[in-house]
Design a protein around this ligand. Structure first.
Ligand SMILES: [Zn+2]
Length: 282
């Protein structure tokens, strides 16, 4: 990034957008500066314009004028939004179902992560509508400030880390609303065996796959680190980075049927976790 460029004598740094789309919008992101290099201006340039710049540079010296407008404003007070369906037998034991409420500022954040909030709320809504009675508490969380430093996640950790042993499992949906094909698992391999009946149900809609991962959700990472079993839907991510953190991340990119499929998968896993007879290994 810009720190490496600055060490080579660069006065500014333009990153070629790493998203997959070809609509000439920059795919933006965060910049981290190293302490031991000059903090030079940095920005994302579209893939098309990066190609053009490369072409021009081949023909001779190129001059560029940059106008970069971002600024870091002071923090303001904000909140995680949390709702519980109280467990009927073990109300103190909690299954977290979550997405993050904030978004990158260029678009409206439909894909990242309005979809995850909608999926999590709808999972709880489906369980209510079906008059199911979860034995453990289902806690829906819309996390605040995932994108700019995980402040909501850190505050939840501060407030609840003494209760991690009662956090039975944590789930986060933060990969858009693409068709789900299974669940990511951060935890012991035995979990897959314990969830076999649930995976069989999910397989009826083609979502019975599993993938063990070291990390499945940014906001639930404090729980992952405390060995709380963590889950996320495995989603078709082929188009996610066409829109993620661009001005094109808007609601029209969400396919309602696929959004509903994700809610169904998360609802099934959530209810199964809430009603499992045995605890999950840690
Ligand atoms: Zn996100």
């Amino acid at each position: 990034g810009p720190s490496a460029a600055a060490r080579q004598g660069a006065v500014a740094c333009l990153i070629r957008s790493v998203g997959g789309a070809d609509y000439r919008l920059p795919h933006t992101g965060q910049t981290k500066y190293a302490d031991d290099a000059p903090k030079i201006p940095a920005g994302a340039v579209t893939a098309e314009d990066a190609d053009l710049i490369v072409d021009l540079v081949r023909q001779g010296p190129v001059k560029m004028k940059l106008i970069l407008t971002p600024q870091q404003l002071p923090d303001v007070e904000s909140y995680n939004v949390i709702g519980d369906i109280k467990g009927s037998e073990h109300p103190e034991q909690i299954i977290i179902v979550s997405g993050h409420l904030d978004s990158w500022d260029l678009g409206t954040g439909a894909v990242d992560d309005g979809a995850g909030v909608a999926v999590s709320m709808e999972a709880a809504n489906l369980i209510q509508k079906l008059h199911l009675k979860p034995k453990r508490t289902i806690r829906v969380i819309a996390w605040m400030n995932e994108e700019n430093g995980l402040a909501g996640s850190k505050q939840y950790e501060k407030d609840h880390r003494e209760e991690w042993s009662n956090h039975f499992a944590a789930m986060e949906t933060d990969g858009g609303a693409g068709h789900p094909i299974g669940i990511n698992i951060k935890g012991k391999f035995e979990i897959k065996k314990l969830l076999a009946p649930v995976l069989a149900v999910l397989q009826e809609s083609g979502a019975g796959g599993t993938n063990f991962a070291e990390h499945v959700g940014a906001d639930i990472q404090p729980m992952e680190k405390a060995d709380v079993p963590a889950f996320s839907p495995i989603q078709d991510s082929r188009f996610y980075f066409n829109y993620h953190h661009t001005a094109a991340d808007t609601l029209d990119k969400i396919v309602p049927k696929e959004l509903a499929e994700n809610s169904a998968v998360v609802a099934v896993v959530t209810y199964a976790l809430a009603n499992m007879e045995q605890p999950l290994p840690r």
